[in-house]
Design a binder for this molecule. Sequence first.
Ligand SMILES: *Cc1c(COP(=O)(O)O)cnc(C)c1O
Length: 815
Amino acid sequence: MITISKSKFKQYFESKMYSLYAQPINEASNEQLLNVLASVLKDLIAKRWVDTKIDKQKEVYYFSIEFLLGRQLQSNLLNLDVENIIREGLKDLNIDLDDLIKSEVDPALGNGGLGRLAACFLDSMASVGMSGHGYGIRYQYGLFKQKFVNGFQVEVPDNWLTQESYLWEVVRPNKAILVKFEGDVYLEEHNGNLKVIHKNYIPVMAMPYDIPIIGYENDCINTLRLWKSEIPRRDFGQTTADAKNYSGSYEEALNYRYYTEEISQVLYPNDSNYAGRLLRLKQEYFFVSAGIQDIYRKYKKHKLNIHEFSNKVAIHINDTHPALCVPELMRILLDVEGLSWDDAWEITINTISYTNHTIMAEAMEKWPVDMIKKLLPRIYMIIEEINKRYVIYLNNKYKDQSKVNRMSIIIDGNVNMANLCIASSYSVNGVAKLHTEILKKEVLKDFYEDTPYKFNNKTNGIAHRRWLMSANPNLSGLITDLIGDEWKKDTFKLKELEKYKDDKIILDKLDIIKYENKVKLSNYIIDKYNINVDPNSIFDVQIKRLHAYKRQLLNLINIMTLYHRILDYPDMEIQPRTFIFGAKAAPGYYLAKCIIKVINSVADLINNDYRLKDKLKVVFIENYGVSLAELIIPAANVSEQISTTTKEASGTSNMKFMMNGALTMATLDGANVEINELVGNNNMFLFGLSAEEVLNYNKNGGYSSIDLYHSDLKLKQVVDDLINGFIPNLGKEGREVYDSLITYNDEYFVLRDAKSYEKAQRRLSELYKNKYDWNKMSLINIANSGAFSSDRTIKEYGRDIWFKGCEINGKINKL
Ligand SMILES: *Cc1c(COP(=O)(O)O)cnc(C)c1O
């Protein structure tokens, strides 16, 4: 840990202001102040950061095409335990730390859950004292900014690198790496050995930008290394002798520059959806190749025995996007290190582990053989050889052609990336118990039967430091007042809160904290949208990517049903409710964008209907991201986790909400199942089809949404509202949504679950009348949320996957 006195800090701050900007503090902009502060902090941690890099143990490299970090200042101050000193020091200089915290940009280098998970894992690896580093891409443009224009989503570029360098990064030109695309590959004999020659390739330089990942109150500072693609600089150390020869025309030079720079230009904005674009494949190989070469270079520098590689290095691939780690590691071991195929394979399969994130068919990566062959000729040869050997093994073992086809890596002119990952790794994990069971019994059944020992579950988690300690300081403070602060390093200790579940004074305190958080959110909503929401109403929140399977539409149908009920029975006593949405839709996902438009139109209708007397409000908050999540989640009473059962692999916002005392309205899907195991049916609201019922419908059919629609007049009424002009300012979007439900037989069982959802919502409403019971349930949720810290998740990855059988296993913070 670092220690610094207030006066020393002020001195550093002042002199940094002069060296960076040559001006006095009182003339600096917020942006400059923030830069100076980050710079001082980077200086303070520099020595520790370097020390952490000196390897003593097995290192983990976590490859992910997204890292959704969120702001870093507050998190870094918290983890370094210097927030108070620095707050006081800045105050003396007339600077408000909170202003600086809020002025930091949010690097949106991810779409949603998958990227945020990677960020929580980095935080936890450092905080439990693991040497674990991230590899990803430094996208020039992160996920688009979302604006609403007449209720429609409009995408605006997210230019997060306004200052061309990011606050927390350090660029390392001397560690740049050459990545080769295209060209010709052939074998040449050299003294009786075959040598792989790669000529006429297009050289791209991968420039590393390092971000420190600071552990919580320990000495561990790991690294997130993000690669930027560039045209090789003149002083670039690595030879490009065999590279493609450019004629030297101006146009060719421009095209080449574009080719290289385009690769790390922009993040693909799809969540759970595979778009087979050449540029995406380039991105995948680009960061994988840079990362694997980087690891190998470091390994050789330490003069370690190559046969010890898998004892010193663990490579984890987050979903299939980094699957090319497999052939790239093979390439290095074969072509550079000169190992035999069997030796290289032995090392590779003992080094790589893989996490599956989804069972949805449209998310499965399948790259056309022709595309890979042309872009990555050597990599394709290796994949072909892996496949050839795998198919021989499968044929010998099963003599069942259709099974072999299902398991093949190359089939029907495509490379199946999930199959490549499973065949080439020692561990395959799902992200929640139910998800892993579905993988084993349904989606990956063949593989599970073939190598059951590879399969394991690692239920996702969240960084409780960010999602509770930083985002909800008052709740965090109350918890510490009640049970001390050991829970911060061991979240299972939160369980001790349960002894206060009948303590009226404590429950009232909990209530006041929630109320204050709701006031903060209400102020944001008034400021931004001029909508008055009552902090005494139930804050009912659904924030996550917009996707048909997540069923924002089910939420909307219930809102419409409630709206009609209030109009039909104006004297009915109901708990006032504020429904809050936050969601981006992928720009090319037409139905999702239509749903956004419909929700916004309904919000307009409801918010302006004076007959409701403020009993109902609907707010769709624009541009949902990590920082907004930190504002919204602590203010939520209800957490909407209503995906079609079997479709949400885990979910993580469900965990963030639970930890902040919201009650969960849920289907028994993903990690909701495990929330239910912890708190029981009486402390959450369950509804909807079971996993079995959904799987059965999918296999045997038997669902007719149109029959349901005709048999339930109330339901018919709200569905018809989509197309009969009842919702103002709604054009063809209403019809599109209607068609998804009726014409296309409601793929995600929205209408099928609507009744059961409405009943659960009514039960919830009844319960809220008794604030005492509600707060008791809330406390029980907080007390049982410790299992969902990503510290727990990451220790399990360490114990069962990365360090299995390793000596250091015991050393990591109470693994
Ligand atoms: C946690 C988080 C998610 C994941 O939300 P789910 O509801 O689990 O899909 C997505 N985006 C952001 C910004 C998050 O913080």
